[in-house]
Design a protein around this ligand. Sequence first.
Ligand code: SAM
Length: 289
Amino acid sequence: MEPDVRSILRKLNIRPSRSLGQNFLRDGWVLQRIAEAAELAQDDIVLEIGPGIGNLTSYLAEDAGFVVAVEIDKRLVQVLHDLLAGYRNVHVINADILRLDLKKELAPFMASSDGTPRSLKVVANLPYYITTPVIMKLLESDIAAECMVVMVQKEVAARMMAKPGGKDYGALSVSVAYYSKPTVIMDVPPDCFTPQPGVDSAVVRLDLHKTPPVELKDRDLFFKVVKAAFGQRRKTLLNALSNAGYIGAGKDQVRMLLQKVGIDEMRRGETLSIYQFAQLSNELYDMLN
Ligand code: SAM
């Protein structure tokens, strides 16, 4: 069913907030495709970020066992209770997703009433101003989600999918590859939203790895090396890594490190695969310990 976003907002006397990234989906087909991409079942619990006026929430509540929806805007939380009154399996939390202790908030809902454990899926039309921090928080958290289906700007989707060597490849691409297998589900043009955003969007599904594709001696050090390599993209690896004080190695050490793993010191970070980043950080770990 096509939600008439404009008249719902008018009736509720709500002006969408640009600063909270309130671009509501008004295309029923896109809403359905997002819910389908999550392959929901009755023993699934969905964490939805930013339910807005509940357009996507109702599709999720139809197919999943339970939906926990986190919305920052108090005005919307008040009207969501009425808009979703027909669903008994939705719990709305008024909070900033970036400040929430997810594991604690989700714990009471992680089993159904008969005690069967539920598997967790994240589904969201993300507010664009915090897309990357939200994705990173979810990937790094210990909530053990099975998959995430998220609407993001098309340009962010390209960064999530990027392989070494291109301009889109960066720290986000390496993090996504470390934690998950990403797939683009569909592109979504601005006219599927009210109000229309100034950018194209895409829906991406991330299937979280049970075992990461690389073995790391120190995960924090791995991500520090990645951050350092992309922090100064135009610099050679030798300079980028030795200029970043936080990885704890000076120029001579970095030169030795690169020689040891057989990576040319003149290369740039954006050419390294996740396997090479792992090799580098594991070798650095041995050198520093
Ligand atoms: N799910 C709705 C839809 O698809 O039409 C709304 C999506 S809209 C792009 C993003 C939603 O996220 C808005 O409802 C906004 O208020 C909410 N939001 C923005 N920042 C948030 C935050 N830090 N924590 C939780 N929700 C947030």
